[in-house]
Ligand binder design. Sequence first.
Ligand code: ASP
Ligand code: MG
Length: 404
Amino acid sequence: MALIVQKYGGTSVGDPDRIRAVADHIARTARAGNQVIVTVSAMGKTTDDLIRLANDVAHDPRGREMDMLLTAGERISIALVSMAVNDLGVPALSFTGSQAGIVTDTEHGNAKIVEIKGDRIKEALDSGNVAVVAGFQGVSTAKEIVTLGRGASDLTAVAMAARFGADACEIYTDVEGVYTADPRIVPNARKQSRITLEEMLEMAATGGRVLALRSVEYARNHGVKIHVRSSFTWAPGTWVEEENPNMEQAIISGVTHDASEAKITIEQVPDQPGVAGKVFRSLADEMVNVDMIVQNVSTAGHTDISFTIPRVDVTRSAPIMDKIVAEIDAAGYQTDDSIARVSLVGAGMKTHPGVAATMFETLANNDINIEMISTSTIRVSCVVRESDVERAVVALHDAFELGV
Ligand code: ASP
Ligand code: MG
């Protein structure tokens, strides 16, 4: 008997018809002789609506009460999905994150999983039920209800799959899998039948919106095989799994882009040991996530340092930046929030030189200026003007012949 974890995102359970369609698929999977754990997100845009509601009644509604509110969204979904499955004659039981024994640290809004007890899930499965677990939530070591961060229903599914050694973790969404680029921008983008967890990790980190980053990290750390697929067509999607050493890897498996970051440049920084440490320590202490960093060659004992941070953190980091500039005696700083990043990801890059060169040439041939560059062993990223980024994606997708 196989154990399958199925996760359904917000659009997959967006209305009663969708919930019945999903229930039908769950019931079929169970009737075929599988044990099934289901994880669901809140219906449609429920989470956004609840956040808006909270902001309408309070100025800074973060923390305990916000989590109490937001977890209600997934609670609605688990009850409705279970009812619909039961209605088809297949027994199903719903569980909140807390009931499922998803134990976390105490960071409201972004809690980390420390343990999954899962006794009640095991009991439910052993007695022939489908277990329907609320995504995105858990109970902290301080016994408070917490959420695991936006998009974290994926993480709940992967964590359940890891805990119970599932044969597959199916993530059902509104796209058919992982594409070589965003099909809304590149109409001939190709669905990948397979990519590696490493590639998926780089894609999720650079704007690929199919899977939440932390869920991919968790999958890699625990060896979970993910199948991303559509709950609208039910067609086979993309398998995301460990690299197969016997198979040759595609040089490029995708072009991603991300326009959610801003660039900060600190001007005329004294070129002395310890300065960069001070700058980035101050930002880290305030939990601002710094990404690409570039330091220029110094002239006359001074240099510029540029780096990117999430745009949503720009306002919050302004007072920190003012303090840093004064402390290190720099001339000042500039914020530029019209940048975007375009990235090429591919495991085959490791053994094929010339990818970066072709990327830079392609951008140059399209009159797109590169402002920053960063690389990993399987990724090359360039920061460009936001207004150029879609052209950049199309041009690179073409240049590397990734389309159908
Ligand atoms: N409902 C939560 C969110 O919108 C969790 C999820 O959908 O994965 O972020
Ligand atoms: Mg999601």
